[in-house]
Design a binder for this molecule. Structure first.
Ligand code: AMP
Ligand code: ZN
Ligand code: FE
Ligand code: FE
Length: 292
């Protein structure tokens, strides 16, 4: 059984529609797929319809922007009740922060000599509620400023580059508690990738466990083999579920093909058990796995 629990569609910054992600997951031989667009459940309904049609199991989720000691931490939320008011409030703030940051980023890029308009970016965003730097990257590619998203981040949009601007993110501790109270399971995405490594040591993870943290993503392209082994041991020590995923973004991110990392059946069952326990404890009708 092949299980990939972290993917993106055009409901955020992937390049495939939610139905296309599901169709490609099925074509790649995956049995279970998690759709985890940034800060939004907008792709869930379309993905659910597609999952029933092609016969894959869908785990509805999202990847939420949080901040811990000044570092960005991406928190995967599986099966939370998307109508839980504290969750809705925070997602609204995060999405507003994404939209509000756009003017600043475009102003900074203009000052650095790159003139792109809000209309051009919004054309890339389409009906995604989560405006992201990859959408700006796609405009830079379309205008021939760079050749791909990777180059756009390296030269223009990454931290410390001319187009970078900060945006709102929920404190990680708060969001772990909110997702848990929403009947979901909170799993830290790529904990030792890019910026979050320095803030996510054993002590920090243990503190998050006390707030309800369910798991950590161990097998991810951002993690070297030695990091994966260290994280797997940490997960076992702290009683955390260890997941593995592609973080697929369609054509938007090279070397993140569907199924390039997977979650074991045993860890997946543990994740579902923890989510069900959280849902039972809150009495909320959390989101459900869509089974073919
Ligand atoms: P934002 O959501 O605006 O903070 O942008 C972050 C998103 O950009 C993440 O989802 C990453 O997957 C994506 N990203 C970051 N670095 C790169 C890169 N070098 N190439 C392609 N996508 C990237
Ligand atoms: Zn993304
Ligand atoms: Fe991420
Ligand atoms: Fe992601």
């Amino acid at each position: 059984m092949l299980i990939d629990l972290h993917t993106h569609s055009r409901a955020s910054d992937g390049t495939d529609s939610p139905a296309e992600v599901i169709g490609k997951a099925h074509a790649s031989g995956l049995d279970v797929i998690g759709l985890t667009d940034h800060d939004s459940a907008a792709g869930w309904a379309e993905a659910a319809t597609a999952a029933r049609a092609v016969g894959v199991t869908l785990v509805p989720g999202m990847e939420i922007s949080t901040k811990l000691h000044g570092a960005g931490v991406h928190l995967l939320a599986y099966l939370p009740d998307p109508t839980y008011p504290p969750l809705v409030d925070e997602l609204t703030k995060i999405l507003a922060g994404r939209t509000g940051r756009l003017g600043a980023m475009l102003g900074q890029l203009r000052e650095a000599g790159v003139d792109i308009t809000e209309e051009e970016v919004l054309a890339q965003v389409g009906d995604s509620p989560a405006i992201g730097r990859p959408h700006i990257a796609d405009v830079l590619v379309a205008k021939g400023v760079v050749t791909d998203r990777t180059e756009a981040f390296r030269d223009w949009l990454g931290w410390g580059r001319p187009g970078y601007a900060v945006r709102y993110a929920t404190p990680t501790e708060d969001m772990v508690a909110i997702v848990t109270a929403a009947g979901g399971a909170a799993v830290i995405a790529h904990p030792w990738g890019r910026g979050s490594r320095r803030v996510l040591d054993r002590v920090a993870l243990a503190e998050l466990v006390d707030l309800g943290l369910t798991g950590i993503e161990v097998d991810h392209q951002d993690h070297a083999d030695a990091d994966r082994e260290a994280l797997r041991r940490l997960a076992a020590d702290l009683g955390l579920v260890a997941t593995g995923s592609s973080d697929y973004h369609g054509d938007g991110k090279v070397d993140h093909e569907l199924g390039c990392n997977v979650t074991s059946e045993q860890q997946f069952e543990a994740l579902l058990t923890r989510a069900a326990a959280n849902a039972a404890a809150t009495g909320r009708s959390a989101a459900e796995v869509v089974r073919p």
